[in-house]
Design a binder for this molecule. Structure first.
Ligand code: SF4
Length: 316
């Protein structure tokens, strides 16, 4: 463990300014990902700013009829909230599909969005990884790719984003609220929040240096039947090979986002017009342009079959 200093922030603006003013500083809340990365020396912040004391732990109705979820709301509490269970079932189910009960008790809404990839080469400091060390190469390309991306990847990185919660939020068209170090408040649609790797896979989100997530806003409920189906190598405490977050209306229209296939939750709005024609047509449209390897080509088939199971349940 490398030495670091620590302070508690009193306000969101103070926290953002503190991180921006100290190169190498980071926020810490639940710490369920960051502390692991620090122990492995993949992350080595020189200073930690503890944001747990900020009053960002409430779920409140918005004037538009949606919900504002504070950045520090724990995953367990968000999944169990009556309003979330009733009106945003896809989100509650996605949260419960992630991690373990103990981790969900600590993990926060903002931290869940910001968790790093689980690409095995990212965690092995003997291996080249452009995400861990920009410009060093990507050991995954030509390596073991079974769990990695099939679409949206680049010559620099083929990692996937590990969050379940983010996939549901993408299907719901949630909006991330932030505060920048100069005190400006920003609203970033989930569609734009996570980035594709391109040439800079180490830059994973639209956040600026020191910008702090304060909340995630869920739009007014859209009705329909909500599904989150996750396929993984074991029944719990595993990341998705493929997941499907879907909201399906009575007439067969709806929304779908996929997890486990790309560097960000993967949703193609134009492809959703194919949903009434069935899973084969919809998956072909959603994953149009996919470039799987021989090891992870099964993900394309798995996505279609998982969506087919969701649509069959929706019709039942
Ligand atoms: Fe690193 Fe991305 Fe390559 Fe994995 S796929 S080794 S995270 S650059």
């Amino acid at each position: 463990m490398k030495p670091f200093t620590y302070e508690r922030a009193a306000t969101p603006a103070e926290a953002a300014a503190a991180v921006a003013g100290k190169p190498g500083a980071k926020f810490i809340a639940g710490g369920t990902n960051l502390l692991d990365l620090m122990k492995l020396q993949i992350e080595a912040p020189v200073h930690l700013i503890d944001v747990n004391g900020l009053a960002l732990d409430r779920i409140e109705p918005t004037p538009e009829g949606g919900l504002r979820v504070g950045a520090l709301v724990r995953n367990t509490d968000l999944a169990a909230d009556d309003r979330v269970r009733r009106d945003y079932g896809v989100l509650s189910r996605a949260l419960l599909a992630g991690a373990s009960g103990q981790l969900r008790n600590k993990a926060t809404t903002a931290g869940n969005l910001l968790q790093r990839t689980r690409c095995p080469y990212f965690y092995d400091t003997n291996m080249a990884c452009n995400k861990r060390k920009p410009g060093s190469g990507c050991a995954a390309i030509g390596g073991v790719t079974r769990q990695l991306a099939v679409i949206g990847s680049s010559e620099a990185c083929v990692a996937t984003h590990p969050s379940d919660m983010a996939v549901a939020m993408r299907a719901l068209d949630a909006v991330v609220e932030t505060i920048t170090p100069d005190g400006t408040e920003r609203r970033i649609p989930m569609a734009d929040f996570h980035r594709l790797p391109g040439e800079t896979p180490h830059i994973e989100t639209a956040l600026q240096a020191g910008e702090l997530i304060t909340a995630v806003v869920l739009p007014p409920p859209m009705g329909g039947r909500h599904f989150y189906r996750k396929v993984r190598d074991r029944a719990s405490y595993a990341f998705a090979l493929v997941s499907v977050a879907a909201v399906v209306q009575r007439d067969g229209t709806g929304r779908v986002a996929l997890g486990g296939v790309a560097h960000k939750p993967w949703r193609v709005e134009a492809a959703e017009a194919e949903l009434p024609r069935g899973a084969k047509a919809a998956t072909a449209a959603i994953l149009d342009g996919a470039r799987p390897t021989h090891e992870n080509a099964f993900k394309v088939i798995l996505a279609e079959r998982t969506l087919a199971a969701v649509l069959a349940e929706a019709r039942s």
